[in-house]
Ligand binder design. Structure first.
Ligand code: IPE
Ligand code: IPE
Ligand code: MG
Length: 234
């Protein structure tokens, strides 16, 4: 099987899924957050080492206060339910995004999850919260510039060196990017890290994205011919 170490998912369609059930959008976010546990466990069992999930973007603040507040409270609910199980399974939680802009109670829950799992060596479960890729790259450029000004870095920076300034520092590149719910766009997600990722857009909404759908995506991945700019092997 072709190696697929790092899977990233744009978990889209919670709102439409809820609406189709005659429920408020927030009901979709609750079912969606429970599905994070299901898919993380399945991904781990399928041998994936890094699972990077888009939970809330820097653009999602445009939504109603009610919806934003509901999403901001979800990490507390989620980790209260599942953290013990994640620790038992050896998952390491990483949160990517600008945590400073989150409500302090949300930030604390996320920081605690990272701290409690910091020594684990199992699945890296990466949750992107108040994450935007352009913002990430801009912050990286600023950090690098500061290091240069302070004499801690010189101008001989290469791609690998720049990656150390990104929020994904230490992660391998994304092998497979999946977006649920039919939309075919990237929405400011991992622009640097998906340079050579395979892209898959599935019709299922995030609440409908089962381990079987993940398996189907991985099967499709094994049929892709990854060339990385080289010549096709015949
Ligand atoms: C994804 O589902 C979750 C977040 C972006 C927070 P959406 O809330 O975008 O659901 P749709 O796309 O409106 O159906
Ligand atoms: C992308 O979904 C962000 C997350 C899944 C967290 P959106 O629903 O916000 O994306 P657009 O607005 O349809 O591009
Ligand atoms: Mg959406």
């Amino acid at each position: 099987m072709k190696e697929c170490r790092h899977v990233a998912i744009i978990m889209d369609g919670n709102g439409r899924w809820a609406k189709a059930q005659g429920k408020p959008r927030t009901a979709g976010h609750l079912v969606g957050s429970d599905n994070v546990r299901t898919i993380a466990i399945a991904a781990d069992e399928m041998g994936i080492e890094y699972l990077t999930l888009y939970a809330f973007s820097t653009e999602n603040w445009k939504r109603s206060n009610d919806e934003v507040n509901y999403i901001m409270n979800l990490p507390a609910v989620f980790f209260r339910k599942y953290m013990k199980e994640f620790l038992d399974r050896g998952f390491r939680m990483n949160i990517l995004g600008e945590l400073d802009a989150l409500p302090s109670s949300t930030r604390k829950v996320l920081e605690d999850a990272m701290e409690e799992s910091r020594n684990n060596t199992g699945l890296n479960l990466n949750i992107c919260m108040n994450y935007g890729s352009q913002r990430e790259i801009l912050l990286a450029a600023k950090k690098y510039a500061k290091d240069v000004l302070e004499g801690k870095a010189d101008l001989n920076l290469d791609e690998e060196g720049f990656e150390q300034y990104l929020m994904t520092d230490g992660f391998p590149p994304v092998d497979l990017l999946i977006r649920t719910s039919g939309e075919q766009r990237i929405s400011n997600y991992l622009l640097w890290q998906i340079a050579y990722a395979e892209l898959e857009f599935v019709q299922e909404s995030w609440p409908e994205f089962t381990p079987d759908v993940l398996k189907r995506c991985l099967d499709e991945f094994t049929h892709r011919d990854r060339r990385f700019g080289g010549v096709k092997n015949v």
